[in-house]
Design a protein. Structure first.
Lengths: 804, 223
């Protein structure tokens, strides 16, 4: 029986090559697109799943409140949290603390090697997380002070081998650490990427016996992960945290009228849903991931609809076969089986082709989108599961409706040639086409909105000038007494160079989050309990000038005043500390961690970060000799020459140090890289979706015009012109697209606004965002159907009427 | 073999009932060769379709070899039908995408006949109709007479007790028509197959041993 089905299916494909090609290519494109996206989505969804106890690992996150208002949200919290909670709640099995070890530089002979993102980790790290060790014992690895665990790559880089247990490392401050473990490099699907982990016990020693982390409720910055006993309800547990916090730290919080709330965040949620301060690294974006998933679904849906449309449109030519089969004894179920089998066969060819397409485009896809899907990864179980699911779902979803329609024909009706197309069927086909175009329009509107938002963000006035700005990263020289002087002399020597207009050093430069967050800041005249949190940048005298910040009230820092204790607020900060008019802030003294500093000026808000982020209360604090980035304004005429000069000076002042620099405008715009990639991915798949939809439309147009041949013939005989016939034919398709537009617009409107919520500064979607896609789709669709309709309209009616 | 009692069939248009068949009472015994005649629109084909279970009557009783067809479900009817009845059409109705061999084989597929058995049966049939050389051709490569032979071969493959033929020679020239009629006669006489044919031609009707005249959906009884 199946052999017979196979034969007839194959011959049908073979005899109607164009029809089959449209179907197979359309399905293949849809499936390929869907699989590629799903591959990416799976990757994003698969973070931190390698840990054996992932279900029971939670991170303690904190929300800080000032005067009952949410001020900052942190991934890290107080150091004492781990031990205090463990002591208070038997549900907690174990905890691990992690904190940034700052910039650590290793000495290897004369070479200096800077560690990327090193952390201190307490001894339970390798017990709680399943990062396999190549060498060493997970139970004891990070127990002792001044021990360190290295990643395999780092160990090989430093020692050329992984047999390094007991070897010694000399880091910043000439501190010696002993290697006690080597771990396999942390996988890319992990929210933690540590090259080296120093034992937390070292940190305890470094801060001295007066500072016990177990009692440290008021200094932040510690990532705490809890291992809960199996079966613990995290929601119930986190409700009990408040009592402990109040008991241990209530007094102090009350004094500042502040509040801290701790929550539990599942380990596996961190990558997609966490974007807090002091994350262990940059995380992904759940919203984008799910949006992409939606796109994947749309694309494959469009392809399936093609199949349904074409198959039912072709039903008439299959009707006779159905009639005969029924007349010779076939049951309906057998016919359904046959047509499902055909759809399964076509889908099989489509998935095979899809696989070839994927293999061909993966490198291109990776390059365009910055993804790293490898061919090897495609072999993963998830990939094949998706592959299989798409195949089975596709065969069934695309096959079942045509099968039901075809198998329902009554043999005596079709065998007498009485079957004409049913209005019901044509309504359904129209409905499906509308759905396809609604999906295409939705995607196109989305693409436009994304690119518009990116353009908007790039074009917006930043409130500062970052053009022609060269930024040099600070040297990684181990601190010594002459360092500060050296840095200042270096800066001064540059200022004298021709081609360099300005120079300034600061702890942060625009285009990245400000790393320094300070709490407890208030006006000297205010009580302690109104103190709030601010972002702080340490700057020299030239910073405001360098970036062309606009002073709104007061003045810039000035060497003439010989001031050392000045601060400049931005408007948000002035506002937050209590001034509605910036002028009022001038000359007021603030309390800053025991220091008294005077507000000398207020600058207009400027975009320290991308326009995704809102303005934050920001304080520029004057440190005449601040160390950090050195920004240089160079002449546009001879950028290359300037760089060479700067490098020469660098090598003179800091021999042995690599000269690392970047251009600030590029650095700033790189914040939009992920947005741009998202826009690109969106665009690529939208194009594919529209292409597939048009293929279907082409097929459908051939059938409908075929059906209308007689009508067109009669009209022409009655005197209709070619133009009027074309108009009538076009009108029909144009209507469908207009209906699709009416459906797609509100949904797109809603989705765009939802997406824009993630941006503090957003464009307003205008009429063009919606109308342009409509025009594009109308045009593309009309071109698609033109071939068929013009052919039909030009045909000599004698032929079409004679065939009766 | 077949007993029709008070069989009526109608269509309703604008509230008006138009009878396609009206109060048909008919008994056909096994081994008969019956010709149904009548002008266009008299209900010949409808009657044949009702007998062949391709169509339902709106009223009346239909007994086929002891089975109450009018009260059966579609599935049972289909079972009964594919076991006992073979259909021959005026327009042949072969599946264009299948070869001669495969067309003849199709009914067997729906009866779950084993593959080796199928081979033998189709082979016999091809022999009998002297079409062995044509078995791999597609219907469009055959003449009308040859196509109809394939259609008959297909109807006979499942050794039906009853053959229903709707103007089987309508699209054929007279020589081909005669051959088909001779074939029917031989099947009827030698193999004992019951045959009911619809025909316009007196000459073809004469091959049978009984003629039923239809007019406006009623059986005209010889006066």
């Amino acid at each position: 029986m199946f052999k017979n089905y196979l034969k007839i299916a194959w011959r049908n494909i073979f005899h109607h090559k164009a029809y089959a090609a449209i179907n197979i290519v359309g399905l293949a494109l849809g499936i390929a697109a869907c699989l590629l996206i799903l591959q990416y989505v799976n990757y994003e969804l698969g973070f931190d799943r390698q840990h054996a106890r992932k279900e029971n690992i939670y991170r303690v996150i904190q929300d800080r409140y000032d005067n009952g208002k949410l001020s900052t949200q942190w991934a890290a919290g107080a150091y004492a949290v781990g031990s205090a909670f463990k002591e208070a709640f038997p549900e907690i099995d174990d905890y691990v603390r992690l904190n940034q070890a700052g910039s650590q530089v290793l000495r290897r002979g004369n070479d200096l090697i800077k560690l990327e993102n090193p952390y201190f980790a307490s001894s339970s790290f390798f017990k709680i997380f399943s990062f396999p060790l190549v060498k060493g014992d997970p139970a004891t690895a990070l127990k002792e002070p001044f021990t360190v665990a290295l990643s395999e790559t780092l160990a090989k880089k430093l020692f050329g081998s992984v047999d390094v247990l007991g070897k010694e490392l000399k880091v910043t401050g000439d501190r010696i650490y002993k290697v006690t473990a080597v771990y396999k490099d942390m996988p890319s699907q992990s929210h933690m990427h540590f090259e080296a982990l120093f034992s937390f016990a070292s940190f305890v020693q470094l801060i001295g016996p007066d500072n016990n982390p177990d009692n440290a409720w008021n200094w932040d910055g510690c990532l705490t992960y809890l291992l809960l006993k199996p079966g613990t309800d995290p929601k119930k547990l986190e409700k009990k945290f408040m009592a402990v916090v109040t008991q241990k730290n209530g007094e102090s919080l009350k004094q500042y009228n502040a509040d801290v709330k701790y929550y539990l965040q599942p380990l596996t949620d961190i990558h997609l849903y966490s974007n807090r301060m002091l994350e262990a690294g940059a995380n992904g974006d759940g919203k984008t991931t799910y949006l992409l998933m939606g796109i994947a679904f749309f694309v494959v849906l469009i392809a399936w609809i093609n199949y349904i449309n074409l198959a039912t449109a072709r039903a008439i030519s299959r009707a006779k076969e159905v009639g005969i089969r029924k007349a010779v004894g076939s049951q309906r179920s057998q016919l359904i089986g046959q047509f499902l089998f055909e759809s399964a066969l076509l889908n099989a060819m489509a998935v095979a082709l899809a696989f070839v397409i994927i293999l061909a485009v993966v490198p291109l896809f990776n390059r365009l989108t910055g993804q790293s899907i490898s061919i090897g990864q495609l072999g993963g179980g998830m990939f094949w599961l998706n592959f299989l699911l798409l195949y089975i779902a596709g065969s069934f979803i695309s096959g079942i409706y045509p099968a039901l329609v075809l198998s329902s024909f009554k043999p005596i009706v079709v065998l007498k040639g009485k079957l004409v197309h049913t209005t019901q069927g044509s309504y359904l086909r129209k409905g499906l086409v509308v759905l396809q175009f609604a999906a295409s329009l939705f995607l196109l509107i989305g693409t436009l909105a994304v690119s518009k938002q990116i353009r908007y963000m790039k074009k917006q006035e930043l409130g500062m000038n970052i053009d022609q700005t060269l930024v040099i990263k600070k040297p990684i020289v181990v601190t010594d007494s002459t360092f500060l002087n050296q840095l200042t002399s270096f800066k001064n020597s540059l200022e004298g160079q021709s081609g360099i207009q300005k120079a300034s050093s600061s702890t942060s430069v625009p285009g990245e989050p400000v790393g320094w967050n300070a709490g407890g800041i208030r006006l000297l005249s205010q009580p302690e309990n109104v103190a709030k949190q601010y972002r702080v940048i340490g700057v020299d005298y030239d910073y405001v000038d360098m970036f062309d910040l606009k002073v709104k009230a007061g003045r810039n820092f000035s060497r003439d005043f010989g001031e050392k204790k000045g601060v400049i607020f931005n408007e948000s900060a002035a506002n937050q500390i209590g001034f509605t008019k910036p002028e009022d802030a001038i000359g007021k003294d603030i309390f800053f961690w025991g220091d008294t500093l005077r507000i000398v000026g207020v600058v207009h808000n400027f975009h320290q970060q991308s326009l995704r982020d809102a303005f934050e209360p920001l304080i520029l604090r004057l440190f005449p000799d601040v160390r950090g980035y050195i920004s240089l304004k160079v002449h546009a005429a001879d950028v290359k020459g300037s760089i060479t000069k700067v490098e020469k000076e660098w090598n003179r002042f800091f021999p042995g140090n690599t000269f690392e620099y970047f251009f600030l405008d590029e650095h700033f715009n790189s914040q939009y890289k992920s947005d741009q990639q998202f826009g690109l991915v969106f665009g690529i798949f939208t194009t594919m979706a529209i292409f597939v939809a048009c293929m279907g439309l082409f097929g459908l147009a051939s059938f409908t015009t075929l059906q209308k041949t007689k009508e067109i013939g009669i009209r022409k005989v009655l005197g209709a012109s070619v133009n009027s016939i074309l108009k009538a034919l076009y009108q029909e398709f144009a209507w469908l697209i207009l209906v699709a537009f009416v459906i797609a617009t509100p949904i797109a409107w809603f989705a765009i606004n939802k997406w824009l919520e993630g941006y503090a500064f957003r464009m307003r979607p205008d009429t063009i965002t919606f109308v342009l896609p409509l025009l594009v789709i109308l045009l593309v669709a009309l071109i698609t159907v033109s071939y068929q309709t013009i052919k039909a309209a030009l045909a000599n009616p004698v032929h079409s009427l004679r065939t009766e | 073999m077949i007993t029709l009692e008070h069989i009526s069939k109608w269509v309703t248009t604008a509230g008006l009932r138009t009878f396609l068949l009206k109060d048909i009472n008919l008994t056909i015994k096994e081994g008969e060769f019956v010709s149904i005649m009548g002008p266009s629109g008299s209900g010949k084909s409808t009657l044949l379709n009702v007998i062949g279970m391709l169509d339902d009557a709106d009223e009346g009783k239909y007994d086929f070899m002891g089975n109450q067809v009018h009260s059966m479900k579609e599935k049972q009817r289909s079972q009964l039908y594919k076991q006992y009845i073979g259909f021959v059409f005026q327009a042949y109705h072969l599946i264009d995408e299948l070869t001669v061999y495969e067309n003849i084989e199709t009914p067997l597929l729906y009866q779950d006949t084993k593959s080796t058995e199928r081979k033998a049966m189709v082979g016999d049939m091809l022999d009998r109709f002297q079409m062995v050389g044509k078995k791999d051709l597609f219907p469009t490569q055959l003449s009308g007479g040859q196509q109809q032979l394939v259609g008959i071969a297909r109807a006979l493959i499942s050794s039906p007790k009853l053959i229903l033929a709707d103007e089987p020679t309508g699209n054929l020239n007279s020589r081909q028509g005669e051959e088909i009629m001779e074939l029917f006669k031989k099947l009827n006489e030698e193999d004992g197959v019951t045959i009911i044919q619809v025909t316009h031609s007196e000459k073809n009707a004469a091959y049978g041993n009984r003629i039923i005249h239809l007019l406006d959906g009623r059986i005209e009884h010889p006066r």
